[in-house]
Every structure is written in structure tokens, then in C-alpha cells.
Design a protein around this ligand. Structure first.
Ligand code: 5AD
Ligand code: SF4
Length: 586
């Protein structure tokens, strides 16, 4: 195509700005005619890199595309429209993106109407957008994290003008509601509670790529979560770059603890949240996690480094002692709370002593899991301009030592699980072995076990038999059919018709006048038999009259009538239950 329209390009100084207040927009979703026509019979594919925020953005983009009429592609080669959603947090994440874009050259060669778009955090970096369009001539649309809700218009513009469109907006960012979405998982959902980040840790590009920290209105979050509960979701993860500072931008006392509590009260079986910043983590939050059994006892609490000097230069706002004190308070209130973390090795000028302090924290906390990274300079961040005398070999060697220390505590936690039974939310067949099912425990441990596929989306009890350190092998405790029968029973008792039936039944059993009439009918029947045996026709006729009178009164009794109607109404539901069981067994 060759002709490019640069509508706007990223600018780090604008991205740093935090002056204006965010707008809340909730526009109607309009599909341009040209996009609607193009989408007919065409398929889309979204490739996602990076964190959960990107995963959620991809679900929203899928929502827009399906509203336009595109269908999800079943494989890469057949896709008519591909979006690569990029990550900028470390250099190696960016390298993967280049490889991914390269894969789709063949689609362009095969199909001249093929549309390729690249978006996400990496596009928010200065020069990245230009580099992408100049290196890959078949990339038609480049946009960033702030204009996802404009996706259909960007496609329209590209189709209409027959040009490549680059539109990356650098500004602190607004909040867009009324977003469509196609969730990737039918049982586990991500819900954004806040966007962006204002912490500006010196190594991190996120505050520039995702803009200012802006909390979603509580009502919007609750409405989204409520709907998920009604749709049968089993797990919600509340998302934010720093969930613990949720609501601080409202300046009205709203806090993360309050939104966490309100969502927990909605009755979602599992509630998680990420990511937590130790600086904003207060005791009220710990109390709420301890109070609600459906808030999982698992906290991802990035420490980044154990050295006070490095933490200060990272701009993390806490020192080792404060971090360890927070861990102590968490463990005191929630003794079985699993902790995971993020650690950066080789921050500029990190000394051996600094590194030892990181190992020291790991030993003291005994993490259940940890993500470890070698520091990657991000252009435009303060740390990228810092002097760094640590050579790459030393950084790698420290990284290896760190992984070993982490592995010790991960192994210890995993081995302590052997012989015990845990609740596992079943994801479906294991990715490695489709004869096994896999799922996660409440403390986020991956478990594989043998079981029927219809247990997908159910929370089941699994006894752990074996540890593979990062995953466990277990066995299903209950019989799968029993699990299903219980599940169907639970679902059934929540049906309005079943509820009406049980209510009518209780009223019927408790009503004295109805039970008196029942007794009268029984007595009259007995008398009729006795008179008939004696051959006393007169007596029999008298008893029969009493019987018929009682029967009429009984049949017209409002409580009895109500119960009979409820029973009749329930019948079609019971037929459905039978087919439900058969369906799930398949
Ligand atoms: N280099 C290495 N790791 C980084 N992270 C963020 N920025 C960088 C960087 N420049 C890590 C942090 C963060 C996680 C999501 O990625 O540990 O918590
Ligand atoms: Fe990046 Fe720090 Fe914000 Fe996390 S808290 S997104 S590490 S700036």
C-alpha cells in the first residue's frame, strides 16, 4: 500500500502529564457501514502479549470486531484481519512481537484485502509505531492503548482511504464505559477497576504507555461483576496496575478495601485481585481478605528488590523492613495466605550486597511463586539514564542464584501440599496431556488430575499425591457423577420454578386446615371400607358423603391448589434436568 497517514505519534512528555481530570465516556457502539460490509464472511485473530490488562483489552477488541460481524478465526493462516496487541515492559517482550508480526506476511501475499493491525503498550513508545510501519509494509493500522474504543473507525478509515493509518495518542487517558467484550474464558473473568499508574517507578514504562491512574466508578464495577455472577462465572480477578490505590483519585474516602468487600458480597465463588503495591496496602484490606471466604488467600506482592538503596532508586516508597512488616501483618491475620512476587535483578549499579538483601527477603518471606526478571532499560524512564557498572554476566549469574533460592521455597510449599485435599477450579483438559484435567487451587497452584471433561468450570476437591514443584498431580476426591448430581441439584434449587415449588410445598406441609382435611379424607376412607365389609349400605353412603365433602374442600383449598400448580409447573424443568445430565456427560 505504501501511503501512510500519521494522525498522531507517541510523545513521552505528553504521556507524563497528570494535570487534567479524566473524562468518563460511554458512547453508543456504532459500526461503520463499510466495516460491516467488509466483515461479512471474514474472520479475525488477536494475538496478545504481556499482562492481564492487555488480555482484557483484547477481549474488548474482540467485542468490537464481533459487533461488526467478524467471526473468530480458527487458525492463523485463514484470518482476514489480525491484531497484535503488544507489550513494552521489557525488551524481550518487544522482540517476540517482531517475530509475531513477521508470521502474517503470507496472509497478505495470499489475500490482498488482508488487514493487519498492531496496537498496545509498545506502540505508545516513541519511534516504535514508525518503526513497525516502515519495517512491515503489510501493517495497515497502528494504534495505542488509549484508542481501543476507536478500533472500528480506524478500520473504516483504512478501508475508505486505502492508506495505512497510524494513530497513537499520548495523553493521560480517560475512562470509557459501555465497552463490548468477548471474554476468553467462560468461568474466569478479569474486571478492570483502575487504569494506568501514577507511581512512576524509575524502571517502568507503564505510567507512560497506559497513562494516569484513573479508577472506574464503583457502580460500573459492581454492575459488571453482578452480571458475571448471574452468568455463572466462578472467578473474578479485579485488575489494576496498582489495585490498592483504587479510589484514591475520587478523594471521597473510597478505597480498594471497600470495592473488594462489595464485590465479595455479590457471591462470586472466587475473588482475586492484582497487582498489589506494598506502599498502598493497608490493614483494612488485610481484614477484608481475612473476613470473606470467597476472597482467595493469595496475594501477588511485588518486592522488586530487597535492598533499601535499590528500592529508593527504583522509587518504590518502602524499604525492606516495611515490606517485611507488611508480610508479617498479612501472615498474622491470614496464616495460610500464599504470597507471590516480582523481582528485578541487575538494576543499575546493583551491588553484591544489594543482591544479597534481595536473597535475604526471599528467604524470609518464603514465596509460593515468583516472577524474576533481569533489568531491561526502557527508553524515556529515569533508570535508563542511570549509570550502570554491572556487567551482563554478573546480572545473569545473580539471576541464576535468585532462581535457586526461589525454587527452595516453592518446592517446600509444594511438598507440604502432598496428602492434603484442596478445592480446584477446573479449567479443562491439561495443555500438556489431554487425558488429564487441570485447574488451580485457591492459592493459585496448578493441579493435574484424572477426571471427566464435564467437570470444566466446576470447583472440585482434589487430593494431592505428587509435586512437580510448579504443578501438582492429584486425584479427584468425590465421584464425578456425585459432583454433577450435587451441581445439578444446586442449579435446580436456584431456578425460580423450583423455588416456587419448595415454597408451595412448605406452605402445604405447614397449613393446619389442609392437614386436618387430609386426616378427614383418610378417616372417611377407612370408614367406607369398614361399612362396606359389614354390608352397611347406609353407613357406607354417609361415610362416602363425608369423604366427598372433605375431598372437595381439600381440592379447593388455596394452599393445596397452589402446591398442585407448582408441581405441574415444575415438570418441564425436570425434563430439562434429564437432558442437562445427558448433555454434560457427552
Ligand atoms: N526491566 C525488568 N523488569 C521490569 N518490570 C517492569 N519494568 C521492568 C524493566 N524495565 C517487571 C517488574 C514488574 C513486572 C510486571 O515487570 O517486576 O512488577
Ligand atoms: Fe510500573 Fe511501578 Fe506502576 Fe507497577 S507500580 S506499573 S512497576 S510504575
Amino acid at each position: 500500500m505504501g501511503r501512510k497517514v500519521y494522525k498522531s505519534l507517541p510523545d513521552m512528555s505528553k504521556a507524563r502529564n497528570r494535570v487534567d481530570l479524566p473524562l468518563i465516556k460511554a458512547e453508543e457502539i456504532l459500526v461503520p457501514e463499510r466495516v460491516k460490509n467488509f466483515a461479512k464472511g471474514r474472520t479475525y485473530l488477536i494475538k496478545t502479549f504481556g499482562c492481564q490488562a492487555n488480555v482484557r483489552d483484547s477481549e474488548i477488541m474482540a467485542g468490537y470486531l464481533e459487533k461488526a460481524g467478524f467471526c473468530k478465526a480458527t487458525d492463523e493462516t485463514s484470518a482476514s484481519l489480525v491484531i497484535v496487541n503488544t507489550c513494552a515492559v521489557r525488551e524481550n517482550a518487544e522482540e517476540k512481537v517482531y517475530g509475531e508480526i513477521g508470521k502474517f506476511k503470507a496472509n497478505h501475499t495470499r489475500d490482498k484485502s488482508f488487514v493487519m493491525a498492531v496496537c498496545g503498550c509498545m506502540m505508545q513508545e516513541e519511534k516504535a509505531a514508525e518503526k513497525i510501519v516502515s519495517t512491515y509494509p503489510y501493517v495497515n493500522i497502528v494504534f495505542g492503548t488509549h484508542n481501543i474504543s476507536n478500533l472500528l473507525n480506524l478500520i473504516d478509515e483504512h478501508l475508505g482511504r486505502n492508506k495505512d493509518i497510524v494513530d497513537v495518542i499520548s495523553y493521560p487517558g480517560d475512562i470509557v464505559e459501555n465497552l463490548p467484550s468477548i471474554r476468553l474464558d467462560p468461568y474466569k473473568a478479569y474486571v478492570n477497576i483502575a487504569y494506568g499508574c501514577d507511581k512512576f517507578c524509575t524502571y517502568c514504562i507503564v505510567p507512560y504507555t497506559r497513562g494516569r491512574e484513573r479508577s472506574r466508578q464503583k457502580e460500573e464495577i459492581i454492575a459488571e461483576c453482578k452480571q458475571l455472577v448471574e452468568e455463572g462465572y466462578q472467578e473474578i480477578t479485579l485488575l489494576g496496575q496498582n489495585v490498592n490505590s483504587y479510589g484514591k483519585d475520587f478523594h471521597d474516602g473510597t478505597s480498594f478495601a471497600s470495592i473488594l468487600e462489595e464485590v465479595a458480597k455479590l457471591g462470586i465463588p472466587r475473588l482475586r485481585f492484582m497487582t498489589s503495591h506494598p506502599w498502598d496496602f493497608d490493614d483494612k484490606m488485610i481484614d477484608i481478605i481475612a473476613k470473606y471466604p470467597n476472597i482467595m488467600h493469595f496475594i501477588h506482592l511485588p518486592v522488586q528488590s530487597g535492598s533499601d538503596d535499590v528500592l529508593r532508586r527504583m522509587g518504590r516508597r518502602y524499604d525492606q523492613a516495611q515490606y517485611l512488616d507488611l508480610v508479617r501483618r498479612i501472615k498474622e491475620r491470614i496464616p495460610d495466605c500464599a504470597l507471590s512476587t516480582d523481582i528485578i535483578v541487575g538494576f543499575p549499579d546493583e551491588t553484591e550486597e544489594d543482591f544479597q538483601a534481595t536473597l535475604d527477603v526471599c528467604e524470609k518471606v518464603g514465596y509460593d511463586s515468583a516472577f524474576t526478571f533481569i533489568y531491561s532499560p526502557r527508553k524515556g524512564t529515569p533508570a535508563a539514564a542511570m549509570k550502570d557498572d554491572v556487567d551482563a554476566a554478573t546480572k545473569h549469574e545473580r539471576f541464576t542464584r535468585l532462581v535457586k533460592v526461589i525454587e527452595k521455597s516453592v518446592t517446600a510449599h509444594a511438598e507440604a501440599m502432598i496428602g492434603k485435599t484442596y478445592k480446584v477450579l477446573v479449567d479443562g483438559p491439561s495443555k500438556k496431556d489431554e487425558n488429564l484435567l487441570s485447574g488451580y487451587t485457591e492459592s493459585n497452584k496448578l493441579v493435574h488430575f484424572v477426571g471427566p471433561s464435564y467437570l470444566k468450570g466446576k470447583i472440585v476437591e482434589v487430593k494431592i499425591n505428587q509435586s512437580h514443584t510448579y504443578s501438582m498431580i492429584g486425584e479427584l476426591v468425590d465421584d464425578p457423577l456425585l459432583i454433577m448430581a450435587k451441581e445439578v441439584g444446586r442449579e435446580l434449587s436456584n431456578e425460580p420454578l423450583a423455588k416456587a415449588y419448595f415454597e408451595a410445598k412448605r406452605a402445604y406441609e405447614e397449613d393446619e386446615s389442609a392437614s386436618k382435611l387430609r386426616q378427614q379424607i383418610e378417616d372417611a376412607q377407612k370408614e367406607m371400607v369398614a361399612y362396606a365389609n359389614k354390608g352397611d349400605d347406609e353407613g357406607h353412603a354417609k361415610a362416602k358423603k363425608a369423604y366427598l365433602e372433605a375431598k372437595t374442600l381439600y381440592e379447593n383449598h388455596p394452599v393445596v391448589k397452589n402446591f398442585e400448580t407448582a408441581k405441574e409447573d415444575l415438570e418441564p424443568l425436570l425434563v430439562q434436568v434429564a437432558s442437562l445430565i445427558n448433555e454434560r456427560k457427552e
